[in-house]
Each structure stands twice: as structure tokens, then as C-alpha cells.
Design a protein around this ligand. Structure first.
Ligand SMILES: Cc1cc2nc3c(=O)[nH]c(=O)nc-3n(C[C@H](O)[C@H](O)[C@H](O)COP(=O)(O)OP(=O)(O)OC[C@H]3O[C@@H](n4cnc5c(N)ncnc54)[C@H](O)[C@@H]3O)c2cc1C
Length: 821
């Protein structure tokens, strides 16, 4: 067979499922027509052809909902645009709650939807009955109805997107497998196929469940694994009609959808079955898996109770097909950290059809602009750690991922699979102290400590959970005495060499050309002035720096800096995360405790705030850095890993005299929220600037050599900021804030809560969120203050609006008197 394959293209898309075709369609819409899509078999032949067809719009976060909402809008007009039928029908959707916790979740989601005007109605059982008479509602306490949701035919949607792409100039080749990836000098340069190679500026990996292996072949981290995914088609269901809404019975892991005269019943069961562990058969196309009926049967029994008419209907088809799932049930988008211009759009966790429009749009714009069009961190492929492509880890985790789509999204919910992956040197000691561990990026971290006789395990709810008072006790101990946090999961890098200062100062918005021993709190900005990283930089010597960032951004931050080391620079960047543990001593008695275990003078005169020195502690040499993330006097102690246990034992023994208490990440979060310390990924992201985030104090516009993002900041200072990050405290001590709650100013929504937590010292829930300024504040501080402070605010929680106090200055210790003492 001869194939007229081009020698080069601007963009190559690998994979012709709904995702690859959507990326192609949207690139064409942007006028990029030198695009080639390569499909190893036929379009849709991977997972797409057997998608059930649900096109829902409400997701668990604001930006994911925006993507899904755009998808719905796109599909509504796609048939008219391309002339290709899509089977799209706007029938609405109904989601049921059979427990108070689920009802609270649905109501909170309905509130969140108001932020961007998606109509979501909270409905009673009677209203549900009138919309869906076939359902048995005896255990249902309520639900939500989204009139603009619908369903579509996944094959037709994909073909319509492919047609739109072809109309825009995209060339699609089928029966053409990409056999290898080309790269050179840290950049992707093309692909090899069975019929020759193609050079390209960009390659987009949209290979569904095949993507992990193809990406791994060039050192790119894309953790995903296929799982069996089931549905059953019932025929002859009395009372069925095409306008019935899609019904989701989350509490029984099932959904119900009209499907060409039949009723399709699908499942999101716990303990899913991973598939393809030994590799996916080469000839797999339009494939089905034999499946295990007994695995699906419990869901089916519940489904028959929900729709009694099914008992008299016949099963036309029992279907099982593979779909790729990811460790955190979020898909992977964007440019890889490891290889420039190598983009990923894969791991769609069974929401690929309803996400494809938004995914294709943002990936196309990301390629065009060199940055994501909105904050997409939650799905950004750079969040992944290299170890996560370990297949044993993936198999264990995805067996849980699938069911989590329909499980209640309890606040603070922890994964139950693939635990104990990354442990601090103190893990066993902390366990003996009562730690209840949570998992973050593979790390086991103490979230709270159970007192003697109490089981360290979570009791989930949307209200005060079982650990609330224990964590409050830790919080108060930090405010009144001293707390010990194990923060070994911090990402830690060393930059060393004659040009280290020059390189780092160009990346940091603050001035890090300081004397050795000084610490600098800084942001790394992109060219638009948006915040890419939030970290501390310690100058160790003339030519060496220690850079400390959050555990979740270890990969991203390391690679951001690495990419900004120019070819001429004499400096080496090393990830030293594993080499050092971190113990934080925080609280007004931290100095007394530290002084009791070290011969060094740790008085404020000798050891002032934002300085760092090596001190003797026990038998170890420890780097003590006077800094805080909780708003109290304190030190972070950087301890070589093998010395951690000895140093910990020393501190714990000495700490008895000073009221030392073990404290976990929930207390840390509560403490930092009161002090309005920002958390990257929530309160500050790549689309928020330091002016907007209230971090202008850490920007040195006039330092020699400038820095990345400076010009954008100057422009914004000129034109004025249009939003500001504001701290809110609810006036009532009862409701709890988590995230995404709408912020009302008078009768309009001014923003939403980026992160929320209970403030035990302030005595109420605290949240941080951006509010749109009524008029451009022109950068004038006073004007912004007046605009924020003068208004009445309410925060909506599960449909109820609660009055809140707003402040641009931290509500706890606004003058930082407790830190610099
Ligand atoms: C039973 C079931 C029901 C579902 N129901 C829904 C639903 O109702 N709503 C919803 O939104 N989602 C649903 N999904 C999920 C949805 O089908 C997927 O998320 C989506 O189809 C994924 O699309 P994709 O393009 O990423 O992957 P795929 O469709 O698998 O496409 C990837 C393509 O890449 C090709 N490829 C791989 N490697 C290479 C290579 N080396 N060279 C060339 N080509 C290559 C493959 O052949 C394949 O065609 C369901 C999934 C299942 C299994």
C-alpha cells in the first residue's frame, strides 16, 4: 500500500478517538491547517466507539465544568455546522440523592454552577417523579435537574469533528501506527510510522489507553491504565421514551440513558477490574472484553430496584470495554515537563465524550499561545510524579479510580489503594504518636493525630468530621505553645555554580541576590505575570541556593527552572527532595525548645526572621531556617534523611517541657488560612498576578537584570487590576467552607472561594477568593481597600447565603507581630 505521507507537518496528532479529533478540529478552527492526525486502525476504534453517550456539564470544579459546558454548546451546533449527524439530544439530566451527605454535595454543586450561570435546579422527590415516572423513589430524598444536559452518539460526534477538521485542512491517515517518537535536544521533533517518518514542531499524544507506553518510550510521564467498564442494554422497557432525562443514581453506582429505543444501564462500581496489564493486543480495534457478569450483577440488582420496569424487560446486550483511568481521576492535558512541544490529551476517566470539546479547545489554544488559556492545573500533565507510571501502582490505584467518579466526594477523602508509596523517615514514629495519614503525590503525610485510645481513621461528612476537635487542639497548641510538623514532602532543589545567582534572579520576581544565609520568599512568573510557582529560596553560599516548594509541584517547578537555565550558564540543578527530611517547629515556645537542644544562639538578634544557618542538634548538623507558614515564630529544620529519627527523638524528649504537640496538615491548613498565606494551585495560579494576589511586596521591579514577567506586571500596574484576592470570615461559626463556594456582593456573584478551612483562633470558617473590583483600581492601594471593605458580602454554601467579613489584610495578626519577635 502506498501512502502519500507528508515529510513534515506543523502538528502531528497521535490517535483518532474523540479527543484526537477534537484537538484537530480546534486547531483547524484556529487556522492551523498544517496538521496531520495518525490513527493506527480506524477513527473511534479504541475506546470512543462504545461510549454510552452521556454529555453532562457539571463537574467537581469550576474550570472543569467550564470545559464540559463548552462541550455541550459545541455539540448542540456541530451537526448544523458540519452536516454530519451527531445524535445529540438535549434531554436534561437528573441526579439522585439517597443520603443527606449526597444531598449536601448536590446542593453545593448547584451553588457552584451559579458562578458561571449554568442553570441547576434542586428538586424534590415529587418533582423527580414528574420528570422520571419510571423510577422507584422510595429511598430518594432529593436531587438536582440540569435541563441543558444531554446525550450524543460518540462515533457520530467524532466523525463530525473529523469532518470539521478535514474542512479546515487537517489530513487524517488511518491504518497508520506511530511506531516511535522523534526528539532532539529536549524537544519533540516528529514521529516514525510503519510507512516512514514525519518531522513536526509539535506532537500531541491522544492515544487513549496506549498513551502511557508511547509516552514512556521517550521519558514522558503519563500515568494511566485501562479498566473494564460495563453497561447493559435493556429492550422492551415499558414507558421508555427518547426525551427522558439521563438519570444518575450515584449512591448505587449506576446511570440510565435512553439509547435508540432501549435503556442503557451503566456502572461506576467500586473495586473495578484493571485490564491490559500485559499490554494491549496489537489487533485490538472495535474490541470488546468478555467481562465478568458476576462483577456487574450487584449494580444490576440495584438498578432493577430503581427502575422496576427492568424486571420485565429483556437484556439485549451485556457490554464490557476498556477505558483509561488515572491515579487521581483527573485527565492529563498540556505540554509535558520532560519534552518541549510534546503535548498530551489522554486518560479521560470515562468522561471523554463530555469533555472532548473543551479539551480540544484548550489544548489547541495552549499549543498556539504556549500557555493554557485558563488555570488547568488540576488536569495539567505536569502534576504527575515519575514514579506514577509504575504499573503495579497504577493497577492498584485505578481499581479505585473508576468507582470514585460516583462515590461521594467527601471533603478530605483519602485514597484507599496504593498507599505507603513514599514515606518520611519518621513514618513509624508518627504512626505511634497517633498520626492519621493522608496521601499526597505518593507521600504519606500526617493530617491529624488521634489521642490515645482513638482510632486514627476518618469519619467523613460535609459537617465537622471526627477529627475536627483533635485538629483544633493541634491548632491551638501551635498558637499558644509549640507544634511539630513533619514536612518532609517539601520539594527541595539545589542550584549550584558560578551563574546560579544570575539564573535564579531572572526566574524569581523577588531579589535573591542576597547575602549567604538569607531566605527570600518569592514567586516565579510567566511572561503574562501569572504565578507559576510560590517558594522560598535560601542562599547557602555565593554559588549555591536551596529552593523549597510544595510537594505537589515538585516535577513542574524543577522542570520550570531547568528550562530557564540558558546554555551558557555554569550551574547545575539537582533535586534533593529525598536527601532531606523537614521538621517544622512552630509556635511562641519554638525558640525555647530549639535553644534547649542546640548550643547555637537562636535569639532574634543572632537568628532573625528569614535567615538560615546550620546548627548542631543532637548528633546532627541541621539547616535551621527561620520562616513560617502558620503565622507564628518558628523554624523549618532541614535534616539529612538518615539523621531524621535522632533529631526527632531529641526534639520530642525536650519538647515535653514546652508543651510540644504533634500537628498535622489539617491544622497547618487552618493556621495558614487565618494568616491568609496563599497556597499555589488554589489561591494563586498561572492566571493570577502578584498585584491581584496581594503579593506585590515580594516583587522587586527595579532589581538589576529584571525578571520573567516584569513587563507584564508593569503593564498591569499601568492599566489597573480588575480583581483582588480577599480573605473572608463567615459571621456565623457554624457553616464550613471548602472551595468553589460563590461569593455574593449584594445581588451579584463577585467571585468564588478558592480555598476554605475552619479557623479555630478566629472562630469561624475562613476562605480566600478573588473578587472582581467594581471599577479598575488603577493599582492604587487605598482605592482597592475602600472598594473591598465597604461592601456587604455573603458566601453561598449548599444554597444558603451566609454573611461574611472581607479583608485584604490577614484577619489573624495583621502586623505579623507574632512572627518577628
Ligand atoms: C463502557 C464505556 C462507556 C462510556 N460512556 C461514556 C459516556 O457516556 N460519556 C463520556 O463522556 N465518556 C464515556 N466513556 C469514555 C469515553 O469513551 C472515553 O473517555 C473516550 O472515548 C476517550 O477518547 P480518546 O480519544 O482519549 O481514546 P480512544 O477512543 O481510545 O482513542 C485513542 C486512539 O489512539 C489510537 N492510537 C493509540 N496508539 C496509537 C499509535 N501508536 N499510533 C496511532 N494511533 C494510535 C487508538 O487506536 C485509538 O483509536 C465511556 C467509556 C466506556 C468504556
Amino acid at each position: 500500500m502506498t501512502i502519500d505521507l507528508p515529510k513534515r507537518a506543523r502538528v502531528i496528532i497521535v490517535g483518532g478517538g474523540v479527543i484526537g479529533c477534537s484537538v484537530a478540529y480546534h486547531l483547524a478552527k484556529l487556522g492551523w491547517n498544517d496538521v496531520v492526525l495518525l490513527e493506527r486502525k480506524q477513527l473511534t476504534s479504541g475506546t470512543t466507539w462504545h461510549a454510552a453517550g452521556l454529555v453532562g456539564q457539571l463537574r467537581q470544579s469550576i474550570n472543569m465544568t467550564q470545559l464540559a459546558r463548552y462541550t455541550g454548546e459545541l455539540y448542540r451546533g456541530l451537526e448544523a455546522e458540519t452536516g454530519q449527524a451527531t445524535g445529540y439530544r438535549q434531554c436534561g439530566s437528573l441526579s439522585l440523592a439517597t443520603t443527606p451527605g449526597r444531598m449536601e454535595e448536590l446542593k453545593r454543586n448547584a451553588s457552584m454552577a451559579k458562578v458561571f450561570g449554568l442553570p441547576v435546579n434542586v428538586v424534590s422527590p415529587a418533582e423527580i417523579h414528574s420528570l422520571y415516572p419510571l423510577a422507584n423513589l422510595e429511598d430518594v430524598i432529593g436531587g438536582i435537574h440540569i435541563p441543558s444536559d444531554g446525550y450524543a452518539n460518540a462515533v457520530d460526534i467524532t466523525q463530525a469533528l473529523a469532518k470539521g477538521a478535514r474542512n479546515g485542512g487537517v489530513r487524517i491517515f488511518q491504518e497508520l501506527k506511530v511506531t516511535a517518537m522523534r526528539h532532539d535536544g529536549g524537544r519533540v521533533t516528529g514521529v516514525d510510522t510503519e510507512h516512514g517518518g514525519i518531522d513536526a514542531d509539535y506532537v500531541v499524544l491522544c492515544g487513549g489507553m496506549w498513551t502511557r507506553d508511547l509516552a514512556a518510550s521517550i521519558g514522558v510521564t503519563v500515568p494511566l491504565h485501562a479498566c473494564e467498564h460495563y453497561y447493559v442494554l435493556f429492550q422492551d422497557v415499558p414507558g421508555l421514551h427518547s426525551d427522558m432525562p439521563v438519570l444518575r443514581d450515584y449512591d448505587h453506582c449506576s446511570y440510565f440513558k435512553y439509547d435508540a429505543g432501549k435503556l442503557l444501564v451503566g456502572a461506576f462500581e467500586p473495586n473495578a477490574r484493571p485490564w491490559g496489564a500485559q499490554g494491549i493486543p496489537e489487533d485490538f480495534a472495535f474490541g470488546e472484553i468478555a467481562g465478568d457478569f458476576s462483577h456487574f450483577e450487584p449494580v444490576l440488582m440495584d438498578a432493577m430496584r430503581r427502575i422496576p420496569a427492568l424486571e420485565h424487560a429483556g437484556i439485549q446486550k451485556f457490554f464490557c470495554g476498556p477505558e483509561s483511568f488515572t491515579p487521581d481521576v483527573r485527565y492529563h492535558l498540556g505540554e509535558s515537563t520532560e519534552l518541549k512541544n510534546c503535548f498530551v490529551a489522554a486518560g479521560l476517566n470515562s468522561i471523554g465524550l463530555q469533555s472532548a470539546g473543551g479539551v480540544g479547545k484548550v489544548v489547541a489554544e495552549w499549543i498556539r499561545d504556549g500557555h493554557p488559556p485558563l488555570d488547568l492545573w488540576e488536569v495539567d500533565v505536569r502534576r504527575n510524579m515519575p514514579f506514577q507510571i509504575n504499573r503495579k501502582y497504577l493497577r492498584a490505584r485505578v481499581s479505585e479510580s473508576l468507582g470514585l467518579l460516583y462515590a461521594t466526594h467527601w471533603p478530605f477523602r483519602q485514597y484507599e489503594t496504593a498507599r505507603g508509596v513514599r514515606k518520611s523517615a519518621l513514618h513509624d514514629r508518627l504512626a505511634r504518636a497517633g498520626a492519621c495519614f493522608g496521601e499526597a503525590f505518593g507521600w504519606e503525610r500526617a493530617n491529624w493525630y488521634a489521642p490515645a485510645g482513638v482510632e486514627p481513621s476518618y469519619g467523613y461528612s460535609y459537617g465537622r468530621q471526627n477529627w475536627f476537635e483533635y485538629s483544633a487542639h493541634e491548632h491551638r497548641a501551635v498558637r499558644s505553645a509549640v507544634g511539630l510538623f513533619d514536612q518532609s514532602s517539601f520539594a527541595k532543589f539545589r542550584l549550584e555554580g558560578a551563574d546560579a545567582a544570575r539564573v535564579l534572579n531572572r526566574v524569581c520576581a523577588n531579589d535573591v541576590a542576597v547575602a549567604p544565609g538569607r531566605m527570600v520568599y518569592t514567586q516565579w512568573l510567566n511572561e503574562r505575570g501569572g504565578i507559576e510557582a510560590d517558594l522560598t529560596v535560601t542562599r547557602l553560599t555565593e554559588s549555591a541556593y536551596l529552593i523549597v516548594s510544595g510537594a505537589e509541584t515538585e516535577s513542574k517547578d524543577f522542570n520550570w527552572l531547568k528550562r530557564h537555565i540558558d546554555r551558557q550558564a555554569h550551574c547545575v540543578l539537582t533535586n534533593v527532595t529525598s536527601g532531606m527530611g523537614v521538621l517544622s517547629l512552630m509556635g511562641p515556645r519554638a525558640r525555647e525548645l530549639l535553644q534547649s537542644v542546640t548550643p547555637e544562639d537562636v535569639s532574634d538578634r543572632v537568628f532573625p526572621f528569614a535567615t538560615s544557618r546550620v546548627i548542631e542538634l543532637g548528633y546532627a548538623l541541621v539547616r535551621a531556617s527561620r520562616i513560617t507558614f502558620v503565622g507564628e515564630l518558628g523554624w523549618e529544620l532541614y535534616v539529612p534523611t538518615e539523621f531524621m529519627q535522632g533529631v526527632y527523638d531529641e526534639l520530642v524528649a525536650a519538647g515535653v517541657r514546652y508543651g510540644l504537640v504533634h500537628a498535622g496538615y489539617h491544622a497547618l491548613n487552618s493556621l495558614r488560612m487565618e494568616k491568609a498565606y496563599r497556597h499555589w494551585g488554589h489561591d494563586i495560579t498561572d492566571e493570577d498576578t502578584p498585584w491581584e494576589a496581594g503579593l506585590g511586596f515580594a516583587v522587586k521591579l527595579d532589581k538589576p537584570g529584571g525578571f520573567i514577567g516584569r513587563e507584564a506586571l508593569l503593564r498591569q500596574r499601568e492599566s489597573g487590576v480588575h480583581k483582588r484576592l480577599v480573605q473572608f470570615k463567615l459571621k456565623s461559626p457554624d457553616p464550613l467552607l471548602y472551595h468553589n463556594e460563590p461569593i455574593w456582593r449584594g445581588d451579584s456573584i463577585a467571585g468564588f472561594i478558592r480555598s476554605g478551612m475552619y479557623g479555630h483562633s478566629l472562630g469561624a470558617a475562613v476562605g480566600l477568593g478573588y473578587v472582581a473590583l467594581p471599577a479598575p483600581a488603577g493599582g492604587a492601594k487605598g482605592a482597592a481597600d475602600a472598594a473591598i471593605g465597604a461592601d456587604d458580602y455573603e458566601i453561598e454554601v449548599a444554597g444558603v447565603r451566609h454573611p461574611a467579613t472581607a479583608s485584604l489584610r490577614p484577619l489573624y495578626d495583621p502586623k505579623s507581630e507574632r512572627i518577628k519577635c
